[in-house]
Design a protein around this ligand. Structure first.
Ligand code: ADP
Length: 554
């Protein structure tokens, strides 16, 4: 424009016009900056022209292209007007193939109704919902669908944003599986816990029943009974104990029972009790307990240990059986045996005398058969006398009246004499004397010979096949051991333990021979009176060696 010919007023008007245009341009720039305007229509020589704000549009496009969600725009017919490449990737199709398709192509039958509902609603207001989509490879994709209407130049369109929920669903699914597993484990634990509680309840019940059972049992047996701990302290007595003693628990608990044991029996009782506690072997002792009225009665005490799997003692169960009446009976029996054997002895002695007289009768010759009868009667009388003597000895032992007059004795000689006798009585057997050296002891020669004879009698009786018998004497640590060895039936370990008891005889019929089981009992008594020791080494079927040790004279 040429301004040189313009008047001042014209210039002023032009300046105002330019000023106005400048202000308008400034306003527009400001509006663009504030985002209030995204396109401008500018009137030019070729009419009106639309200028979109390219830079802003690009920013949005980049933003939409790069976002992780699928974005599509639909028209009213549901046709895809615009799709970002993320949605095309989700559907596994090239972008250009997606645009123009009906969106429903990607909606499987199962989600169709829900999809239509969301879309219809979406035209009215912003809304959301979860649906499934199928892509070109028929993979189902769970999606969150958000709808918003868009007011475009071409008319109203519907913008869909699709968030792929696959990962979230998978995580949810895994979470659910883990949760289910957790619930299952929890249920299992609860079940186990319940079972455990049931077992504990059951066991507690069992324990109570077993305790009651024990109490009922122990309160209803005639014996007194108790339990004691591994250390020996009594922690339970049955009813009979209290009725007998007339005392309360505290009076005899722990080691308090000693106060009712007869003072004469206490040392032996204590020593056996302590030894059982130490070794764990069955406790057995006879003693007298004081009754509530002060009367002492004999009791047989027995206690057995209860052990755990490792063999440790948990506690002991003991019983005390009243044997007073049996003791009295035994005494009467012993008395009777004493009197009877004594009474038998006198006629037996005269009988023996008469038989000897008949044997020595010389006036008329006796027929051979009568001589034979006299001999047999003599042997039978000897046996009878032997038995009667043994019976007398037993009753004397019991009454503490077995007498011993001690003197110095040459054992080597005594063995010779005994063996000479034995060879005479038992011509069926071969006797060997292995004794070397002279052994002297202080003893009652008759009684020691009696023990040797008893060993020899037994050796003969119990070795009917192998007839060899060896007698020996050997010194060891200030003692001399006299032994009698046979090669007969032998003894089992259980039998070995019992044979020194009074009237014990091995029950086995195979080995049954005459005898009342008194010989070894008497022998034990004799040897212990000489401060010696008696014993046996034996093996069933092989033979036995019976021996006794006596202190050597120094
Ligand atoms: P008995 O008079 O019955 O022989 P003892 O007291 O002498 O009585 O012996 C007790 C038991 O010991 C016998 O019944 C017998 O079973 C056993 N006995 C003794 N000596 C022997 C032996 N030498 N061999 C096998 N058993 C024996």
């Amino acid at each position: 424009m040429d301004t040189a010919n313009l008047t001042y007023d014209e210039l002023l008007a032009q300046h105002r016009e330019l000023q106005f245009q400048l202000e308008e341009a400034n306003d527009t720039i400001e509006a663009i900056r504030n985002g209030q305007v995204d396109a401008l229509i500018v009137k030019g020589a070729e009419g009106h022209q639309l200028f979109t704000l390219k830079t802003a549009d690009q920013t949005y496009r980049v933003f939409i292209e790069k976002m992780n969600e699928g974005a599509v725009t639909l028209n009213h017919e549901g046709m895809i007007l615009y799709s970002n490449s993320r949605f095309a990737a989700m559907m596994n199709l090239p972008l250009e193939k997606v645009i123009g398709l009906k969106f429903e192509t990607f909606v499987p039958e199962i989600s169709l109704e829900k999809f239509i509902g969301i879309i219809n609603n979406g035209w009215e207001e912003d809304c959301k919902g979860e649906i499934l989509l199928t892509n070109s490879t028929r993979i189902l994709i769970p999606c969150l669908l958000s709808c918003t209407t868009l007011d475009l130049d071409e008319g109203l369109a519907l913008s869909l944003i699709l968030t792929d929920l696959t990962l979230q669903k998978e995580t949810e699914w895994e979470l659910k599986i883990k949760n289910d597993e957790l619930t299952a484990a929890h249920n299992e634990t609860e079940k186990l816990n319940n079972q455990l509680e049931d077992t504990v309840r059951e066991r507690t019940k069992d324990l109570l029943i077993s305790r009651e059972h024990f109490k009922l049992l122990s309160n209803n047996i005639p014996q007194m009974s108790w339990t004691n701990l591994p250390g020996g302290e009594v922690d339970f007595y049955n009813q009979q104990w209290y009725s007998y003693t007339g005392l309360r628990f505290g009076d005899t608990a722990g080691w308090g029972w000693q106060r009712i044991v007869h003072p004469d029996d206490l040392p032996a009782t204590l020593s056996k009790y302590e030894s059982s506690l130490k070794t764990g072997h069955t406790f057995e002792v006879e003693n007298r307990y004081r009754r509530w009225d002060g009367v002492y009665r004999w009791h047989l005490n027995r206690a057995v240990p209860l052990k755990d799997d490792q063999g440790n003692i948990i506690f002991w169960v003991g019983t005390a059986t009243d044997i007073e009446d049996q003791k009295v009976e035994m005494e009467r029996k012993d008395e009777f045996i004493g009197v009877a054997s004594h009474e038998l002895k006198t006629p037996l002695t005269s009988l023996k005398g008469y038989i000897q007289l008949i044997g020595a009768y010389k006036k008329e010759p006796l027929p051979a058969v009568v001589k034979q009868y006299i001999e047999k009667a003599g042997v039978a009388l000897n046996k009878l006398q032997h038995l009667v003597n043994d019976l007398l000895d037993v009753s004397k032992i019991h009454a503490g009246r077995l007498e011993y007059s001690m003197a110095e004795v040459n054992l080597t000689e005594l063995i010779e004499i005994t063996l000479d006798n034995s060879r005479h009585i038992y011509p069926t057997h071969r006797f060997e004397n292995h004794t070397e050296g002279i052994y002297k002891v202080i003893c009652n020669a008759e009684r020691v010979e009696q023990v040797m004879m008893n060993f020899i009698n037994n050796a003969v009786k119990y070795s009917q096949v192998n007839n060899q018998i060896i007698v020996n004497a050997q010194a060891k640590k200030g003692m001399v051991r006299i032994s009698v060895t046979d090669f007969g039936v032998g003894l089992s370990p259980e039998q070995k333990e019992k044979i020194f008891e009074r009237f014990y005889r091995v029950e086995d019929q195979k080995f049954r021979t005459g005898g009342l089981g008194m010989g070894l009992y008497i022998s034990t008594e004799i040897i212990s009176n000489h401060k010696g020791k008696i014993g046996v080494e034996s093996e069933l079927g092989k033979g036995s060696t019976f021996y006794f040790d006596l202190p050597l004279l120094t």
